[in-house]
Write a protein that binds this ligand. Structure first.
Ligand code: NOJ
Ligand code: NOJ
Length: 453
């Protein structure tokens, strides 16, 4: 991407930055180089956002059904070794296709192309459901030829069916509005048991399994998870609405009742003594070193699983938890101690050690930093009528997180999974699909929040 050529200005600022950093002894010896130059990009944030939107749309779509893969596959990243992300993760794919749906509403994807992408995703998802697996629909990953990924892994992961049901239900509702009942009944939701359509099968799985221990979205901890319960509840509520529209009253009531139970269950994640939401309860396997229980998965749960019920954007318990998470990361990562850098680069959770290529220490993640921004924009939007001043402050704070991602993005706008905690360079899987979808949903939340002011 071409940058603003105010070189002299850049050099002066850069020099200042260097002096400041060596002086405060806060950064590793390999501090410096290209990324820090980008730190002082002089173009306004708005200009970068416009460029980055175009790049993100393009790069996201490149990872949907790319040549050489089974139609409907969404690769997590084109990188196929160290780490190998050239696979279809149910979670990443669903989140991506949700963005594809939004792109069509924004007329960036034409209807014919959208219908093809969504249809392929639907049939591929149904194929996944029918593929033999040890963990039923909780299977997290498929190879690009459609085979199940059979290596040792943290499974089942029960957020996957919920996220898949959510995007397909959203699509089904859109199709019904367009009068396409036939398609919906044939491919997406038929009032029949055993279920033979993709949404119905997912809803049956979720409604019977939600109370069972499973692996979290980071594929590491076994137990009950705030994130998973949030998205399961939302999937059941949205699914119940669809079931009602299609005359499946008994099922609708069953899904609603289960959602209600999850709502009560979710209350247990709030710890009044600690004044925070805890990410996992009843830990029964996987990693055991997440002592803080602070995790950006909590915020992602609010983003992907928001309803009008508990833990909405205006729920102060979420804000309290978010503030704690941010202050942990501010203390933890060397690049968060550099004076003058905007916002805070956010990782998954403070105890994280996974760096993509090794396990020598966790890093900030692009999608987590963007989720911080998106949450603040959405909270701002919700408070804009009652507390307009607070809303304006939240937007300004959120912009700092966006600016922080700009600082570490590659010069061509490409985004990997992680940001090296010492150098600020992009690391781990390149062109992570979820990084692009996280950018777009954060940006759209920003546009929405600004409209609300
Ligand atoms: C790969 C997973 O995708 C990642 O989330 C996890 O941290 C590592 N495996 C370690 O389990
Ligand atoms: C590792 C992340 O922890 C997980 O959430 C994600 O699904 C995979 N990478 C693939 O992107």
């Amino acid at each position: 991407m071409k940058r603003n050529p105010k070189t002299l200005h850049n050099i002066c600022l850069l020099t200042f930055q260097f002096i400041l950093c060596f002086w405060t002894h806060q950064v590793d010896a390999d501090f410096g180089k290209k990324n820090q130059m980008q730190a002082i990009a002089v173009e306004p944030l708005e200009q970068w956002l416009v460029q980055q939107e175009i790049i993100s749309e393009k790069k996201l779509l490149q990872n949907v059904s790319p040549d050489g893969t089974f139609p409907g596959v969404v690769i997590a990243s084109p990188q196929d070794s160290n780490p190998n992300y050239y696979r279809h993760w149910v979670r990443d794919a669903a989140l991506t296709m949700d963005v594809v749906l939004s792109l069509s509403v924004r007329q960036k994807v034409k209807l014919q192309k959208l219908n093809k992408l969504m249809h392929d995703f639907t049939t591929f998802s149904r194929k996944n459901q029918l593929t033999d697996s040890l963990v039923d629909l909780g299977e997290p990953i498929f190879e690009v030829n459609g085979n199940v990924f059979s290596g040792p892994w943290g499974r089942p992961q029960n957020d996957g069916p919920a996220l898949r049901a959510l995007v397909l239900t959203r699509w089904a509702k859109q199709l019904l509005q367009e009068g396409n009942l036939q398609y919906v009944r044939t491919w997406l939701y038929a009032n029949e048991l055993p279920a033979h359509t993709v949404i119905k099968a997912d809803l049956e799985y979720i409604s019977h399994q939600w109370h069972k221990a499973n692996f979290d979205l980071w594929e590491e901890s076994k137990g009950d998870h705030f994130y998973t319960h949030m998205v399961q509840r939302k999937a059941l509520l949205e699914g119940a609405e669809l079931a009602l529209t299609l005359g499946d009253q008994g099922a609708a009531k069953w899904y609603q009742d289960q959602a209600q139970k999850i709502t009560s269950e979710l209350e247990k994640y709030w710890e009044p003594k600690k004044q925070q939401i805890v990410v996992t309860r009843n830990n029964s396997g996987g990693i055991d070193y997440k002592s803080s229980q602070l995790d950006m998965a909590i915020i992602l749960g609010v983003l992907h699983g928001n309803t009008v019920q508990n833990y909405s954007f205006s729920d102060d318990r979420v804000m309290k938890s978010f503030n704690k998470i941010v202050s942990e990361f501010a203390k933890l990562y060397p690049i968060n101690k550099v004076q003058g850098y905007p916002g805070v680069a956010l990782g998954r959770y403070p105890e994280d050690i996974y760096a993509g290529t090794d396990f020598n220490g966790g890093n900030p993640w692009v999608l987590c930093t963007l989720a911080g921004a998106e949450y603040l924009y959405k909270r701002a939007k919700q408070l804009s009528q009652t507390r307009p001043k607070v809303a304006a402050q939240l937007i300004a704070q959120a912009d700092q997180f966006m600016a922080r991602v700009r600082l570490h993005a590659n010069a061509d706008g490409s985004l990997s999974e992680q940001i090296n905690r010492h150098t600020g360079f992009m690391v781990s899987a390149r062109d992570l699909t979820w990084s692009y979808s996280a950018f777009l949903t954060a940006l759209w939340a920003r546009k929405d929040a600004l409209k609300g002011l």
